[in-house]
Design a protein around this ligand. Structure first.
Ligand SMILES: [Zn+2]
Ligand SMILES: [Zn+2]
Length: 259
């Protein structure tokens, strides 16, 4: 069985869990170790199974807790060289593994595909994880979705997809103009509508479960994101994520390969 959960999702912290009976990996660790452990315990997810953490980019909402988490539990942390160079010293763990965007990394039964994306960081990447025959993508912090995002999303059974802002709330909201422009730019974040367009463009069939992710506290509401996707509910299981609590744990049978 494969379990998939957003431990935290939003602009104050991101951490995504993919695990099977034996092993698990985390994508990003943008909340404290204490919070990660507390939330995993709430969902009966075992930290001892986590074999590695993969970092998407250097923004603190993606790596605030990584050093303490990885050093305490002796986990390797995967960075690209440019992301590491732009990482503050207080966030650098002991056990660092470098990779290049585009590389495919194997850990136990997991294959992790990395790829470049558009975002205002040094070397932003996203990941698609294959385990037990199930393909899970983590696609947040994306300005304009590029061919890489489209290609990997097309190959997902499950995806965490950014629905950062509602267009109207952003433009009518309290952010200073420069920040509004930054959020909406090709290197900022994806709106509810952009995410929906992206999913609609996919050839139907493979994507069955979609976690609406990295929802802004200031420029969006969970209900607005859910509403945007309401006409896709028939064919895709839409799950909301939250900055305050872990999401529901999605459990999929998958293929057991070690029998
Ligand atoms: Zn972020
Ligand atoms: Zn970011």
């Amino acid at each position: 069985m494969v379990q998939i959960c957003a431990i935290a999702s939003g602009s104050n912290g991101n951490c995504y869990y993919v695990g099977n009976e034996k092993e698990a990996i985390l994508i990003d660790a943008g909340i404290s170790r204490r919070q990660i452990l507390k939330r995993m315990k709430m969902k009966r997810l075992d930290i001892r199974k986590v074999k590695a953490v993969f970092i998407t980019h250097e923004h603190s909402d993606h790596m605030r807790g990584v050093r303490v988490l990885a050093d305490t539990h002796q986990m390797p942390v995967y960075f690209t060289e440019d992301t590491l160079r732009n990482t503050r010293h207080q966030h650098r763990p002991e056990n660092i593994r470098l990779f290049e965007a585009g590389e495919r990394i194997t850990i136990g039964g997991y294959t992790v595909f990395s790829f470049s994306k558009n975002h205002d960081a040094a070397d932003p990447v996203s990941f698609r994880i294959e385990v037990n025959g199930i393909s899970v993508g983590v696609f947040t912090d994306i300005g304009k979705p590029c061919v890489n995002v489209k290609h990997h999303l097309e190959n997902c059974d499950v995806a965490f997809l950014e629905t950062n802002y509602d267009e109207r709330m952003l433009w009518e909201g309290a952010y200073p103009q420069y920040l509004k422009v930054r959020v909406a730019s090709d290197k900022g974040h994806m709106s509810n509508d952009q995410a929906k367009e992206l999913v609609k463009e996919l050839s139907p069939g493979k994507l069955k479960h979609l976690f609406l992710s990295h929802i802004s506290a200031d420029n969006n509401r969970v209900e607005f994101a859910l509403d945007t996707f309401s006409d896709l509910k028939e064919r895709i299981n839409i799950i909301a994520t939250s900055r305050y609590a872990p999401s529901d744990v999605l459990e999929l049978a998958g293929i057991t390969t070690n029998l």
